[in-house]
Design a protein around this ligand. Structure first.
Ligand code: ZN
Ligand code: ZN
Length: 426
């Protein structure tokens, strides 16, 4: 007698899929997990021309989800560089206000927003830092109304990333361009959690896990966090805003749609008190800010303000950045990320904040998220400031966490309890 042996179903192997199929799965995660795009919504995408294959996939899935119209604004690194080489001086105080106004109008009318990151992180290295700073300020001013709808989480929005040759070569300098691009795509797919058979379910579980951590932190009502690194380069007390709320793992936006604003995301974050940050801190990873690499940042804070900032590369850009306005010298976000995050464990330095901030605890200079305050969405600027939430034209995250970092929670009565040891949750 013989028994019929049914072969075990072939286990899912993402790595063996053709690239087009991997890209398609990634596009579905962007539309259904990142944005959770609703039928009848308009979608605005910003992307480099090098992202065309990904944009086409995303556009297809957006229409299948019922999008009424998908509009993509394409950028191009070479054209951006041409401005610095050939444009008249007046160009650097100019921004396309009409376009920024149109985008803000679209958001107010209910459009969703998807950013696709992937520009060359070092594009503007070597350009005049004064011009870089002026152009950034002009763009920030023009985009302020649209940005506010994002920081207030009025609409569903998300950012994903796509590999480009210039970025890939910076991350994997020893590889050929083709190999580097392929390897960076794989790193993006893994970090973005699209490699399992059912990425939507995987994201649901991941989000749930982060929500549990957020609930734990919210129940603690810490007054401050204290960061202390074993090598003595960081000893920083970050006071938290009154009525601060921790967030992480996706959230419901003002239009009622639950979305994941960053793909990937590993952070729990909240609003620091703009006047209650003291001590010194050294960045644990370099920062690529708008095309300039800023390395080995150190900052000293007094009463919430940076009183001294240094960097071994890009120091001029850093100092111009924190001089943008008064809020640019103060913190608008503090985030905890364990060193065991899959992105940290990959060991890849991405030179891109979307990834590097999800590999390490970090702080952000500038604008606070009003959603990280109890009833913050309903408050005006003055009410937010009274609770300690910072306001600025900029919002720039930089990484301070590592396997060396201890974090304590400081309670209302001044006692402390350990939150992280050597970069891991206690
Ligand atoms: Zn963050
Ligand atoms: Zn941030």
């Amino acid at each position: 007698m013989s028994t019929v042996v049914t072969p075990a179903p072939a286990s899912f192997d993402f790595a063996s899929l053709p690239f087009e199929e991997k890209l398609d799965r990634f596009a579905q995660v962007a539309v259904h997990v990142g944005l959770n795009l609703q039928a009848g919504q308009e979608l605005l995408i910003t992307a480099s021309v090098e992202m065309l294959p990904l944009v086409r996939r995303i556009t297809e899935h957006a229409y299948k989800a019922g999008a009424v119209l998908v509009t993509t604004f394409y950028g191009d690194d070479e054209s951006a560089l041409a401005r610095y080489k050939y444009a008249p001086d007046a160009s650097f105080d100019y921004a396309a206000q009409w376009m920024a106004d149109g985008i803000a109008t679209a958001y107010r009318n209910g459009a969703a927003r998807l950013g696709i990151a992937g520009a060359n992180p070092a594009l503007l290295t070597g350009q005049d830092p004064a011009k870089v700073s002026r152009a950034n300020i002009a763009a920030s001013k023009a985009n302020k109304p649209a940005m506010e709808l994002i920081t207030r989480h009025t609409i569903n929005w998300s950012i994903v990333a796509g590999a480009t040759p210039a970025w890939a070569k910076l991350v994997f300098p020893a590889l050929s361009e083709d190999e580097a691009v392929a390897k960076l795509w794989d790193a993006i797919f893994t970090a973005s959690r699209v490699t399992s058979e059912d990425p939507v379910a995987a994201w649901k579980a991941h989000s749930q896990h982060l929500h549990e951590r957020v609930a734990f932190l919210n129940a603690k009502r810490y007054q401050a966090l204290r960061f202390h690194s074993a090598d003595g380069t960081t000893d920083l007390s970050v006071g938290l805003a009154d009525d601060h709320l921790w967030a992480g793992g996706g959230d419901k936006s003002g239009n009622g749609v639950f979305c994941n604003p960053n793909i990937p995301t590993e952070e729990c974050f909240t609003t620091p008190h703009k006047d209650r940050v003291d001590g010194f801190v050294k960045a644990s990873k370099p920062l690529s800010h708008q095309g300039t690499l800023i390395e080995n940042i150190t900052c000293t804070f007094e009463g919430g303000r940076i009183v001294k900032a240094t960097a071994t590369a890009g120091e001029d850009v850093l100092n111009r950045l924190i001089s943008t306005d008064d809020g640019a010298r103060r913190l608008g976000e503090v985030a905890l990320v364990p060193h065991s995050s899959p992105i940290a464990q990959s060991g890849v330095l991405f030179w891109n904040t979307l990834f590097d901030e999800n590999a390490a605890s970090h702080i952000a200079l500038g604008q606070a998220y009003s959603t990280c305050l109890i009833e913050g969405e309903t408050m005006d600027g003055e009410q937010l400031a009274a609770r300690g939430a910072n306001a600025s034209l900029i919002h720039v995250d930089w990484m301070i966490g590592s396997g060396q970092m201890d974090v304590d929670g400081v309670k209302a009565d001044g006692t402390t309890e350990p939150l992280m040891r050597q970069g891991e949750w206690v």
